[in-house]
Write a protein that binds this ligand. Structure first.
Ligand SMILES: Cc1ncc(COP(=O)(O)O)c(C=O)c1O
Length: 385
């Protein structure tokens, strides 16, 4: 579906008003969309606990809204933790989901009452045992299916199921509580069957730990991976929920363990529209068939996920009429700062310098990814509606 058809008319009106009255570039975030997405997920997955992956959009307005709705939080750093604690979120609603952490940061979380930690290595596990004694740990396993994900996450994180078993045993021996298994099938995962394969691996870890070591795990953390609405079509979130619930009941027919989800992109992605201005339009020769459209957002101020053209946003303009293929590039003096060259975007021939571009579904992994001063450009401003 076209992202423009999906967003509320009142929100679009606000975007257009800001586009006319404020200096570009900026991001506009519709908090109502985030609320709606969150409630949809809570309803569709009524047996799961939702831990918002703060990294997707750590803005205080977003965190505050989700805190007030009762969400839990998946946290990557002490800085995200401080942000969430500003909203009086109780420690039992927080998980330290980053497997890469300093010893002093583990202690920081522990001092603030957090008792749920992700891990995928012996060294990290030993640190957790020392600086967060007695805590619950869940072990992240590697998953396949990176091909279906526009932004794969698996290779850097997770361990083999075999190692997960060893770590759970070690956790018990170190006085920790081996609590569950986690995975992340990759962000913007379009292949729902990837969850099937991952859940099957989790089942093996659960069974072997119970039969071989007498350890009864209690929880599956299925990470994020649910999609936002970009150029490529994907299934509706309800299809994901239905299919994943089926996989879970097939693999755990007697009783589905406690389930945690850590959505980021799917909760906040569609809430954002980035407004940019066309800085320059040129051709590389008098006979060149394509135009280069340079705009005032790029890889270094909000659009880092266009790296390798991984995430393909829908880009709209106010202009209409005959279109032509374009290369779209950012404003900095860095030749990496080209968003789309291989994938052929077509924009109206009437598009002119000074016109606005609207980057749809840019609420996730944009504003927080901005460089602070590259080429002197400040980070992207955000307006919340
Ligand atoms: C541990 C963890 N959980 C959840 C997420 C959120 O994933 P998504 O934005 O695909 O929902 C991420 C993303 O990097 C992550 O690292």
């Amino acid at each position: 579906m076209n992202a423009r058809d999906q967003i509320a008319p009142a929100f679009w009106k606000s975007v257009k008003h800001l586009a006319e009255t404020k200096e570009a570039p900026f991001l506009v975030v519709d908090l109502q969309t985030i609320q709606q997405k969150y409630l949809e997920l809570v309803k569709g997955f009524d047996y799961a606990s939702i831990y918002y992956a703060v990294k997707a959009n750590p803005a205080a307005e977003v965190v505050g809204l989700l805190a007030s709705l009762g969400a839990n939080f998946d946290i990557a750093s002490i800085y995200e933790l401080d942000r969430v604690l500003q909203f009086d979120v109780e420690p039992h609603r927080i998980s330290y989901g980053n497997t890469i952490k300093k010893r002093k940061d583990i202690a920081y979380f522990y001092e603030r009452g957090i008792r749920l930690f992700a891990t995928d290595s012996e060294a990290d596990l030993r640190n957790i045992a020392e600086f967060a004694p007695g805590s619950r740990v869940y072990i992240r396993i590697l998953t396949e299916g990176a091909e279906g994900a526009d932004w794969p996450l698996s290779r850097k994180f997770g361990c083999s199921p075999e190692m997960a078993i060893e770590l759970a045993v070690l956790a018990r021996d170190l006085g920790l509580q081996p609590y569950g298994v986690s995975f992340h099938v990759g962000s913007q995962q379009r292949e729902i069957d990837t969850w099937d394969g991952a859940i099957a691996k989790v089942k093996v870890v659960f069974e072997r730990l119970f039969t071989e070591h007498g350890i009864a795990l209690k929880m599956i953390n299925m990470g994020g991976g649910f999609p936002a609405q970009y150029l490529q079509k994907n299934n509706d979130i309800s299809v994901y929920l239905e299919e994943i619930s089926r996989f879970l009941t097939e693999d755990f027919p007697e009783e589905v363990p406690e389930v945690i989800l850590e959505p980021g992109r799917s909760l906040v992605g569609d809430s954002g529209v980035m407004v940019s201005e066309v800085v320059l339009i040129s051709r590389k020769s008098s006979t060149a068939l394509e135009r280069w459209v340079y705009t005032d957002v790029g890889k270094f101020n909000g659009l880092i996920e266009t790296l390798d053209e991984s995430i393909k946003y829908q880009v709209l303009t106010d202009k209409a009429g005959e279109t032509e293929e374009v290369v779209i590039a950012g404003p900095t003096c860095d030749s990496m700062d080209i968003m789309y060259e291989n994938h052929k975007y077509a924009l109206p021939l009437s598009l002119d310098i000074g016109d606005k571009l609207y980057w749809m579904s840019t609420g996730a992994y944009t504003s927080s990814y901005c460089a602070v001063e590259f080429n002197g450009f400040p980070p992207l401003r955000t307006y919340f509606i």
